[in-house]
Design a protein around this ligand. Sequence first.
Ligand SMILES: N[C@@H](CCC(=O)N[C@@H](CS)C(=O)NCC(=O)O)C(=O)O
Length: 218
Amino acid sequence: MAPLTLVIGNKNYSSWSLRAWLLMKQLGLSFTEVLIPLDTPATRDALERASPSARVPVLKHGELTVWDSLAICEYVVELAGKGWPTDAGARAVARAVSAEMHSGFTNLRSLWPMNARARNRHTAMTPALEADIERIDQIWNDCRARFGAAGPWLFGQFSVADAMYAPVVLRFNTYGAGLVSPTARWYMATVLENAALQEWLQAAKRETWTIAADEVGQ
Ligand SMILES: N[C@@H](CCC(=O)N[C@@H](CS)C(=O)NCC(=O)O)C(=O)O
């Protein structure tokens, strides 16, 4: 197989990069990682050279370029032959909650930017943010109750859905773990204890870049 290269942004801030990276690690795919620091004078040129959308993550596989986190997730699942639930009904729900994450939760994503190394940040609660948090809590409870019997992940075994929600776990860890249900906190612990996620977090802690717009909360 041609080598895989995943181009990502800062580990502290790039939530879309984390999704593709974590899934590839969990699937056991070996890949080279290229990091483009975001929000620097050189960022725009580097992103335009690396990605047709000028966004990360972007995956290179031989002559093929795949951009957008969800498309990368679908592609690497095909390469690995695993990553979605095997049962068709569970797989459909896993795709639904992954798509809901990919296209939604705009209030949570804008008001609580991923800041992997930050802890105990407090921001003003808004009804829209509260609604996003409640919906995510409901999704995690529903998936765990209906599909989680075979393991600690949303659908038992690790799937794309867990990769899609991993940055949300980091956001809750930064801004408001106390706001979610016991099942959601239990699921957060599963994600936070994961070795690959820990590897990402340690690297985020070592980064020295700061993006002022993503440093929110007191
Ligand atoms: N829909 C895209 C979103 C990708 C995206 O917005 N990535 C951010 C970093 S997390 C980016 O590249 N921003 C460009 C910039 O900061 O200049 C995906 O799912 O991959």
